[in-house]
Design a binder for this molecule. Structure first.
Ligand code: ZN
Length: 218
């Protein structure tokens, strides 16, 4: 049995989890539409709810570990996992127990403030250490970019060993990868967002459908 076979099994299981009607919220069922990052959309994945369940997290972790290996991210060189929020921290908290990581891997959190990230504790970063950024949902990937910059600008000069994104919601044709050529990364799942950039071009706004703000570090 190959690693690829096992990975595709986890992939299917993870997709089943996020496509369940309690996680994948759609305007046709909910009667609401969603503001995500700077877009309006008729489909929102409530990944936070999915991550809150330990059994789901185990599946997500298996998927991200498998994809990291596919992308040659050297998990053993990671000394610090930097989670970009509470949900990412939950993921990192269970990821750290996988034997692919060093036993002494540390976790730290970033939180959003004034349109950027701040670190809860800079002292966890030792000089020249490898950092893995853990992120849950990316639309524009601006959050990932800000997180990378934050780590690179630390006085202890750690380096970014890679980044993980559980769910890539970038629109079809997005060129985000061009901005991260220098960084190894693993993407768990991809569900392209069908997005409208403004109220004026959003058909749901035109129909008067309620807009729910689910903006997050996307
Ligand atoms: Zn709208």
């Amino acid at each position: 049995m190959t690693g690829g076979f096992r990975l595709s099994r986890h992939q299917e299981e993870c997709e089943r989890i996020i496509d369940a009607p309690n996680i994948c919220l759609e305007t046709s069922r909910t009667g609401e539409h969603y503001r995500l990052a700077r877009f309006h959309t008729n489909q929102y994945y409530n990944i936070s709810s999915a991550i809150g369940i330990g059994r789901n997290r185990a599946q997500f972790n298996e998927l991200l570990i498998g994809k990291s290996k596919d992308q040659d991210i050297n998990l053993h060189e990671v000394r610090v996992m930097a989670a970009t929020g509470f949900d990412a921290g939950l993921l990192a908290g269970t990821l750290q127990h996988y034997q692919d990581f060093r036993e002494d891997v540390r976790i730290t959190y970033m939180h959003e403030r004034d349109g950027g990230f701040t670190l809860r504790d800079e002292s966890v970063f030792g000089r020249d250490e490898g950092v893995l950024i853990v992120h849950t949902v990316a639309v524009s990937f601006n959050g990932v970019e800000r997180a990378i910059r934050l780590v690179q600008d630390l006085p202890s000069q750690p380096y970014v060993a890679g980044f993980l994104v559980l769910l890539d919601r970038s629109p079809v044709g997005s060129q985000w990868r061009k901005r991260f050529i220098a960084f190894k990364h693993a993407i768990g799942m991809h569900r392209p967002i069908e997005a409208y950039h403004s109220e004026e071009e959003c058909p749901s706004c035109e129909k008067g459908i309620r807009l729910l703000d689910v903006r997050e570090a996307a």
